[in-house]
Write a protein of this length. Structure first.
Length: 251
């Protein structure tokens, strides 16, 4: 079964216009049994710290927490850093919401190229997972560009190049081209090549991070952001993750 999943994953990349990728070693980042290779980080909003659990080979965020209680936000973070790869996983919303986001849309996400202090939220680039906004590009304490439609400012592969991220503006957003989330399980694919990343939601190309950068205080300059850890978010909404797979991209 593992071989079938990985082979299907490779073949499906052709549908993303990625048939020219030279793919290398594949690995299952989450083994379905324990969190080997991962660790957790939290903010200080709630008192509970055990946000992520495992059941039936699924990652379950907020499994035991009582709905509408005040809960911390957290991240499940890889121990290792990664640079050139295709990351794929699936997510599904649960029912429960928690304070302080009990009146908001359900929210989660995946941060990649995470670097520096891991306090929530750490610096990196995010593919947003949120009702109505899945596929948005968030630039967190970093800098990146993308191409946008000059009228509505949503992602457009043939649009105008725009850049966001300064030392005084830590959270910046570029909206996805279209919203492709559906009921039940949804597939996210990130094609990450050094300082560039493309986002696919349910097989649709929805956003791109171009020329990702981080601030180097020693050089007093923005330098290419080409590697980092991966973080799955728990942000006040019950959510499930599964089939977290990675395939290296050879240079």
């Amino acid at each position: 079964m593992k071989h079938f999943v990985i082979v299907f994953f490779i073949l499906s990349l052709n549908g993303y216009g990625q048939s020219n990728l030279k793919l290398g070693k594949s690995q299952i980042l989450f083994n379905g049994k324990n969190f080997d290779g991962w660790h957790q980080s939290y903010d200080n909003q709630g008192v509970e710290r055990d946000l992520f659990s495992i059941k039936d080979r699924l990652i379950h965020a907020y499994a035991t927490q009582i709905a509408l209680s005040t809960q911390t936000f957290g991240g499940l973070i890889t121990d290792n850093e990664y640079s050139n790869y295709v990351l794929t996983f699936e997510y599904k919303w649960g029912v429960k919401k928690f304070k302080p986001r009990e009146e908001s849309v359900r929210d989660a996400g995946v941060l990649f190229h995470v670097f520096g202090n891991e306090n929530i939220w750490p610096a990196g680039i995010e593919c947003q997972i949120q009702e109505g906004d899945t596929g948005d590009l968030w630039i967190v304490k970093a800098r990146a560009s993308t191409t946008v439609d000059p009228q509505n400012k949503n992602f457009d592969v043939n649009g105008l190049l725009m850049t966001a991220g300064t030392l005084s503006s830590e959270y910046n957003r570029f909206a996805r081209s279209y919203y492709w989330e559906k009921e039940g399980w949804n597939k996210v694919v990130l094609v990450v090549k050094g300082d560039n990343a493309k986002f696919y939601i349910n097989d649709h190309f929805v956003n791109e991070a171009i020329a990702m950068k981080k601030w180097d205080a020693n050089l007093n300059a923005w330098i290419p952001l080409t590697k980092g850890k991966i973080l799955l978010q728990a942000e006040g909404s019950e959510v499930f993750y599964k089939n977290v797979l990675m395939q290296e991209i050879n240079e």
